[in-house]
Design a protein around this ligand. Sequence first.
Ligand code: DGL
Length: 263
Amino acid sequence: MNRPIGLFDSGFGGLTVMKEVVRHLPNENLIYLGDTANLPYGNKSPQTIIELAQQNATFLLSKQIKLLIIACHTACSRALETLQKSLPIPIIGVIQPGVELLLRTTRTQRVAILGTTSTIESGVFQSLIQKTHPHVQIYPIACPLFVPLIEEGHHNTQAATLIAHSYLEPLKKAKVDTVLLACTHYPLMRAVLQQVLGPDVQLVEPAELCAIQAREFLQSSQLLNTQNEKPHYEFYASDDPEKFRRLGKHFLGDEIQFTAKII
Ligand code: DGL
């Protein structure tokens, strides 16, 4: 079936997921929406985040998508259930794969979760982990300044390192061995975070496992695109598509045709 897969995020963080979807589902047509007019989601109320997620999903549904990937932890933590109940298409999020990876990776059962204020306050990671692994020690940390730094292209600067030091200070005593990047923007700060946390800490992110789960789902539901044409990628932003194109293009690499339209 050649209908596209839709992905959305508040900005270009979700492109970290799209990149893996391109790798694991190279035949699929994709439509990406960055809701840059409403960025960041992480400091908004749950109700507002649900409404924004609904708007994004409605836009992507109008493009006849066959599967929706919510490439945003904040939107997943607040709106996944509501959207799953109300939309007529399957939805995959980033939270479940992140939890799976975190539990698979930790040896010491001491883990940290970095996310936006809303994701951390939702408590969704804490309750999912505790349900099956009550002995795991969890250190959740909200890092609200990371997303604006990344969206402005300042994620590899001294300012980013200083801010990361200040957010991650409590982890020095916590002795965690695994840290989940529970925001699709944070992989862009991976180098800085690894440097601040030290080489013994493993950083994990759900993008690849999310793409693999999407492939498995499409395979088992016989929804894979079996036509052998070059896939078509479309990008939309709700504000300043030129800025989105400039930064996003740099991130996705030259092999992907990148122009962004306004919704
Ligand atoms: N990329 C997002 C996430 O995964 C949203 C960041 C934001 O808009 O605050 O949570």
